[in-house]
Ligand binder design. Structure first.
Ligand SMILES: Cc1cc2nc3c(=O)[nH]c(=O)nc-3n(C[C@H](O)[C@H](O)[C@H](O)COP(=O)(O)O)c2cc1C
Length: 362
């Protein structure tokens, strides 16, 4: 049997996941701007549970209206979102998957053109977009309110029946911005002086206080963020500090699991750097350019406990089942629009995927 098809048990609540295959969070533009999870987005996720994924993660879900990074995303900022979230949890569970909601705030990457307000982050920071030249510094009370927004969102996810949440601390959005010297020059308790994860720690603690003892809480992290001058050394400092938090998993976003990072004069794949330091303390998910059975096996050999996938899960809702069948070759993109439609993508999601080089056949 392929090693990614073996079950895993989370210590918390002894929750069992049927295999090591994780659908990573995928923004898919299929929901309306009031954040209500649409039928299309529901169906697309449900199809991945039917296809055998052990864990299905939702797209980045907005914890506040003002933190939105894109249009068309689901929200978790209001109790009105709970009924649709609840139907999703029920249907994912019915097909045997654990369900995680990814909690998101864009910070300086929540464009004014979408939210109507100037983006904010830890400290005043210049932006690249032409019409929005600076993000302003958050006040202490805005920081507190944002932490509460994450906690309220997690409470809603639990109330709706989801197994847990993944805090989006990767890719340079708000939680990550607080970890970087470029966006965080604060001198108060949220500054970096000797604590890169003050904001993440406060969110984790409030999420824990707002949810029950069996609710899974993990964080997604990046091993580097060149646009924010955040290096592998910084990322490993964040990892070490995060291991003291009451987390149930770390999700490393590599973009390509074969890419290596240099630290202390040594070069190795990011997953190996993380797995070594985590030393089995909690499960490690790694994601990035996994398509084939060999790729998935490599991620586990590098020390990950679970294998996350994005694009192959878009093209193949039943990817875990394909891993089991050594006779079939797992088709790589480009995929025809017909193929993607059969894979459960609505026209708006297919259109969105055209932005990803060579994913949709022309
Ligand atoms: C269309 C698309 C949307 C994405 N949306 C998110 C997201 O909402 N949150 C997130 O953490 N990562 C997001 N990612 C990154 C993926 O979760 C994943 O890490 C990345 O695609 C690399 O994995 P892959 O090579 O298997 O696709 C997105 C990627 C794609 C292709």
């Amino acid at each position: 049997m392929h090693p990614a098809l073996l079950p895993l048990i989370f210590k918390r609540g002894q929750k069992e996941v049927r295999n090591r295959c994780v659908l990573a969070a995928l923004t898919n533009k299929q929901s309306p701007d009031n954040g209500m999870l649409s039928e299309e987005e529901h169906r697309w996720l449900e199809k991945r549970a039917i296809g055998g994924f052990g864990i299905v993660t939702t797209a980045a879900a907005n914890v506040t209206k003002d933190g939105q990074g894109w249009t068309g995303e689901m929200g978790v900022w209001s109790d009105e979102h709970i009924p649709r979230l609840s139907k999703l949890a029920d249907d994912l569970h019915q097909h045997g998957a654990l369900s995680l909601v990814q909690l998101f705030h864009g910070g300086m990457r929540a464009p004014q053109s979408i939210t109507g307000v100037q983006p904010m982050t830890a400290s005043e920071t210049p932006l690249n977009a032409e019409d929005e030249d600076t993000a302003r510094a958050m006040t202490s009370s805005e920081i507190e309110q944002t932490i509460e927004a994450f906690a309220d969102a997690a409470r809603r996810c639990e109330q709706a029946g989801h197994d847990g949440v993944e805090l989006h601390g990767a890719h340079g959005y708000l939680i990550a911005q607080f970890m970087t010297a470029r966006a965080n020059r604060r001198t108060d308790q949220w500054g970096l002086a000797d604590d890169r994860i003050a904001f993440l720690r406060a969110i984790t603690q409030r999420v824990r206080e707002s949810t029950g003892p069996n609710f899974l809480v993990g964080v997604r992290l990046s091993p580097k963020l060149p646009q924010l001058d955040f290096t592998l050394a910084d990322a490993l400092e964040v990892l070490d500090a995060s291991l003291d938090l009451e987390l149930d998993f770390i999700h490393l976003s590599c973009w390509n699991i074969t890419e290596e990072g240099e630290h202390n004069g040594r070069q190795r794949p990011y997953t190996e750097w993380y797995a070594e330091r985590m030393d089995g303390l909690m499960p490690l998910i790694t994601t990035g350019t996994v398509w084939t059975r060999d790729d998935a096996a490599r991620a586990l050999e590098q020390g990950a406990d679970l294998v996350g996938v994005g694009r192959v899960g878009i093209g193949h809702p039943n990817w875990p089942k394909l891993l089991a069948d050594t006779r079939v070759e797992i088709q790589k993109p480009p995929f025809s629009e017909k193929h993607l439609s059969q894979a459960g993508l609505s026209p708006v999601f297919i259109e969105y995927m055209k932005r990803w080089t060579d994913f949709v056949a022309q």
